[in-house]
Design a protein around this ligand. Structure first.
Ligand code: M6R
Length: 625
């Protein structure tokens, strides 16, 4: 029997509005978290009206129309949208799951690691399972707790009793037909926030689910249970002791979580990059110094750092590769950039003078979370660079520097990636300042160059039509290679990742100098090769070397798309297609050079008819290892 593990979106509601509308709209905003199946359970006052369907939320909506939405009249309920990592995403494995009597509904995000044992126990008591999921065991266990012993007829106590028995990471939301004005949720590791409205309350994996109704939210801690009713919420630990949770006001509004006239979130998020960068840097320079006040690492601790590890996954990892060039150059410190999924499985050399920078948009990525747990167990200091307020990674880090990119809904990272690069640069400048490897006027100059980047990105955005047209023309290509050197190498990797995940096209990024050591064998007539050129002035030697690399691929029939600095005349004869970007400081070039590559991949994906926001097999937050 396969265990189904998942990264999901969950929402619960008790209030005065039609719950079905609130829940389905909430799920629409959470669908980026997974889109293998969706389901709802609404308390009608007499029973729980449930529906669930494999596939996108649209399938569930069609099903709701088919059975008649009138059956779902009620002002409390919950819903789920799922991403399965293994096990078939079929109707019967979709959430909510129920007990045998159909009076309890449970939705779940996470993995219950001891589910086989719990399932065996239930089966020995004669309970028959209707699905392959670990979640269903919790529905039966809660139902049993609700009918017996000290927890009888007390839903919150029943949930707490079961939560104490569960191993693994989970968020559960539970409702019972007998108490329709109550929704209970339990949290361990997987995210959960409470939305506080007037005469209504919400629970959800992300504030986006309820942002249209309230911006007042409460961040739950580890191992907490919350009950929501129309009039309030109460938080306890798993033993029923009152517990404190952190209230906060969401700083963005509904418009941020909507497409704003764009066909896809990703296209909107590409456009938002200048603001994302400006917001990330805002307030971080004053009195001639880089200020990282919010980040909780003292100047002395920064001075003591003798080695830096950046741990991250996917695009966030690429942002770390860019940071390596800057931090080593500015701070004279060794920097290792590690795939978070590999980090703790070797034996990295860590001690209290090691700074581990954990970069994560979501702050939920399981690989990164486990990497920082390992780093902290070895006494290293952990600084999170994160885009999500109060997420698990910043919570478990010694310090946090938030990127202020706003919500990123498209599964492919764009504005969060650029914001990560900018935040990593801030960390580098703060280290250089503390260690005295840069004079104050040099730090000020670097920061001023960084501050000028949003305008440079605006200029790039005003000229991307050519790249879009090229994307349409090359949409039938079988593969695309990306080449770069120095900071252009991580840009090449990021360009290739975007193309793979959005257009399902074979794409590889290479350090151009490596070509002759193997990859050049891939070049054949007409193969598109995207080349990220270094500045002819800032990096004259490398520029010359890359021209040679281009000649090598051209000689073998490649079609070259060259991203180069405005005014780079030497490169013209080498470019079948020339995409010009503004000249910026060498280390900052990735912030402008990445943008045309994002546009290129998105356009190829659109031309091929793919959903740019929800590429197949992916989910935005990967909370399983
Ligand atoms: O939330 P995180 O930044 O930790 O996510 C890391 C990666 O999963 C993420 O960057 C992924 O590679 C994106 N889909 C890339 O576009």
């Amino acid at each position: 029997m396969a265990t189904l593990v998942r990264v999901c979106g969950i929402v619960g509601y008790v209030g005065h509005r039609p719950a079905l509308d609130v829940v389905v709209n909430g799920l629409k905003r959470l669908e980026y978290r997974g889109y293998d199946s969706a389901g709802v359970a609404i308390g009608t006052g007499e029973h729980l009206a449930m529906e669930r369907k494999a596939g996108r939320l649209a399938n569930l909506e069609a099903q709701l129309d088919a059975v008649g939405r009138a059956r779902f009249a009620g002002t409390s309920g919950m819903g789920h949208t799922r991403w399965a990592t293994h096990g078939a995403p079929v109707d019967r494995n979709s959430h909510p799951h129920s007990d045998t009597a159909g009076v309890i509904a449970v939705v779940h995000n996470g993995i219950i690691e001891n589910f086989a044992e719990l399932r065996a126990e239930l089966e020995s008591r004669g309970v028959e399972m209707a699905s392959d999921t670990d979640t269903e065991t919790t529905a039966h266990l809660i139902a049993l707790a609700y009918t017996e012993g000290e927890t009888k007829a007390d839903l919150a106590a029943s949930v707490r009793a079961v939560a104490r028995r569960l191993e693994g990471a989970f968020t559960l939301v539970i409702t019972h037909a007998e108490v329709p004005d109550l929704v209970v949720a339990a949290r361990r590791s997987s995210p959960l926030v409470v939305g506080v409205g007037a005469g209504e309350h919400f629970v959800a994996s992300d504030v986006a689910a309820f942002i249209e109704h309230t911006r007042e939210a409460v961040e739950l801690g580890q191992d907490q249970v919350v009950t929501i009713t129309r009039d309030g919420y109460a938080v306890t630990d798993f033993h029923g002791e009152p517990a404190s949770a952190k209230p906060f006001t969401v700083s963005w509004d509904l418009a941020c979580a909507e497409k704003g006239g764009h066909e896809y979130f990703m296209l909107k998020e590409i456009e938002e990059q200048p603001e994302a960068l400006a917001n990330t840097m805002r307030g971080h320079f004053g009195n001639g110094r880089v200020l990282l006040d919010e980040q909780r690492i003292s100047e002395q601790d920064l001075r003591d750092v003798d080695k830096v590890y950046v741990v991250a996954c996917g695009s966030a990892y690429h942002s770390g590769l860019v940071a390596k060039y800057a931090i080593e150059h500015w701070c004279r410190l060794p920097v290792e950039v590690e795939l978070a999924s590999e980090f703790r499985y070797r034996d990295p050399v860590l001690d209290r003078d090691t700074l581990v920078v954990a970069v994560s948009q979501s702050g939920e990525t399981a690989d990164t979370l486990e990497a920082i747990r390992h780093a902290r167990s070895q006494k290293a200091r952990v600084l999170a660079v994160c885009n999500t307020n109060g997420a698990q990674i910043p919570r478990e880090s010694d310090a946090v520097l938030y990127t202020h990119a706003g919500p990123e809904i498209g599964v492919a990272s764009t504005k969060a990636f650029l914001a990560q690069i900018a935040a990593n640069f801030l960390v580098g400048l703060a280290l250089a300042q503390a260690r005295g490897t840069k004079y104050p006027d040099e730090v000020a100059r670097e920061f001023a160059e960084l501050e000028a980047i949003p305008d440079a990105v605006r200029r790039v955005l005003s000229t991307v039509e050519e790249m879009r047209a090229l994307g349409r023309r090359l949409a039938d290509s079988k593969a695309v290679l990306f080449l770069g050197r120095h900071v252009g190498f991580p840009v090449a990797l990021e360009g290739a990742l975007k193309l793979k995940e959005l257009a399902y096209m074979h794409a590889e990024g290479f350090a151009a100098g490596e070509l002759k050591h193997g990859p050049i064998a891939l070049i054949e007539d007409g193969l598109p090769v995207v080349v990220v050129m270094p500045s002819p002035k800032g990096r004259a030697t490398l520029h010359g070397k890359l021209l040679s690399n281009i000649s090598e691929v051209q000689a073998r029939g490649a079609r070259t798309i060259v991203v180069a600095e405005e005014g780079d005349e030497r490169v013209r004869p080498f470019a079948d297609h020339l995409i010009e970007i503004p000249a910026v400081a060498t280390l900052l070039q990735p912030l402008v050079a990445t943008v045309p590559l994002q546009v290129f991949s998105a356009e190829i994906a659109r031309t091929r008819g793919y959903d740019v926001d929800k590429p197949r097999n992916l989910a935005k937050s990967v909370t399983v290892e």
